[in-house]
Design a binder for this molecule. Structure first.
Ligand SMILES: Nc1ncnc2c1ncn2[C@@H]1O[C@H](COP(=O)(O)OP(=O)(O)O)[C@@H](O)[C@H]1O
Ligand SMILES: [Mg+2]
Length: 333
């Protein structure tokens, strides 16, 4: 079964069109990530799915039913926000139980579901605390627990890790992936962070300026981007784009080469000077200015003793490069 189908969904705030003809499906059990720069419409799209905003036109189907006129509480969804949105005066247990109480579930069902979520999220030691006595990571786990106990048809996450520090972000990311495996639930996860998209998604939806740019698995999008925006958005360090390229490219277009596909090579087709070196320990990034004064990043696996100011010659496999025309569309090399 299909968990979610969006057909020709548009959303305007007054004269401002924020979502433009969105069509997509989420299959049962699929983990779908909406990724795109800040302001591209990710939260608005999630809120339209949740029923917190009405679509201006188009249909939203959840589990086969059109839900455009169904209120959020009756859509079978549960949402987790960046801000946690916990009740400060309620304990962890009561925060997690509140939605079920409002649904008038029997006490035994509430206790069973809350206990299960508490153990799944390792919150046993904190059930009687209030949110103010928890760390950011623990608060977010409570918010996730509150979603789990509802047993929704569809989980919606809006940038749930953005308020956490880098180490905690990675741990919580892994926990969310494990949770998805355990629950086999359908999930939509919104982020501006390409690493989260690449590491969590079965399917990535790249959004830009209210439109879907490309949909596919992380590796499909990485290896076969439809356009220069997707090519440049996924991958860190980002893909290099040369306007003065050693291959034939469309006039006004660019040649795209990922940093890991450039290698120092005597007599290589790209000549330049090293302007900066980032030694990450495991890898080394060389920042290079080409003879045509275009910036490039070269990713060297392992440690490397190249010094700033050194002359460098670089090459690449043509089959690992991408050509884009001046309207940013991908064209054959
Ligand atoms: N209630 C609103 N009224 C007017 N404009 C809004 C409203 N909500 C969002 N927007 C605008 O819609 C665009 C997309 O916002 P949003 O969906 O929050 O983006 P994202 O989550 O991708 O950062 C932004 O330009 C934002 O200013
Ligand atoms: Mg947002």
């Amino acid at each position: 079964m299909t968990a979610l189908t969006l057909t020709n969904v548009c959303k305007s705030f007054g004269a401002v069109e924020v979502l433009k003809d969105i069509n997509l499906t989420v299959e049962d059990g699929e983990f779908v990530v909406f990724v795109g720069p800040s302001g591209c419409g990710k939260s608005t799209l999630l809120r339209v799915i949740a029923g917190l905003e009405d679509a201006t036109s188009g249909t939203v189907e959840i589990g086969g039913d059109v839900v455009n006129t169904i209120p959020p509480a009756k859509r079978g969804i549960a949402m987790v926000f960046q801000s946690y949105a916990l009740y400060p005066h309620l304990t962890v247990r009561d925060n997690m139980a509140l939605g079920l109480k409002q649904e008038k579930q029997p006490r035994s069902v509430i206790d069973e579901r809350v206990n299960k979520a508490v153990s799944m999220l390792d919150l046993g030691a904190y059930v009687d605390r209030r949110p103010s006595d928890l760390s950011g990571g623990q608060r977010q786990r409570v918010a996730i627990g509150r979603a789990i106990v509802r047993e929704p048809k569809l989980f919606l996450f809006d940038e749930p890790l953005s308020n956490l520090d880098a180490a905690l972000r990675m741990n919580t990311r892994i926990e969310i992936a494990e949770l998805h495996r355990t629950l086999s639930a359908s999930m939509i996860y919104v982020t501006h962070d390409q690493t989260e998209a690449m590491t969590l998604a079965d399917k990535i939806v790249v959004l830009r300026d209210g439109r879907v740019e490309q949909v596919g698995s992380p590796m499909e999008l990485y290896n076969n981007p439809a356009n220069q925006f997707v090519a440049g958005f996924l991958g860190s360090p980002a893909m290099n784009f040369l306007k003065k390229a050693p291959l034939t490219i469309p006039k006004g277009g660019a040649l795209g080469i990922r940093p890991e596909h450039l290698r120092p090579a005597k007599g290589g087709r790209i000549k330049g000077t090293v302007t900066h070196v980032e030694r990450l320990g495991g890898d080394t990034n060389l920042l290079v200015s080409t003879a045509e004064q275009e910036p490039l990043t070269v990713r060297i696996f392992g440690q490397d003793d190249t010094q700033v100011g050194a002359a460098i010659e670089l090459d690449f496999n043509d089959t690992q490069s991408f050509a884009f025309d001046k309207s940013l569309q991908r064209v054959a090399i």
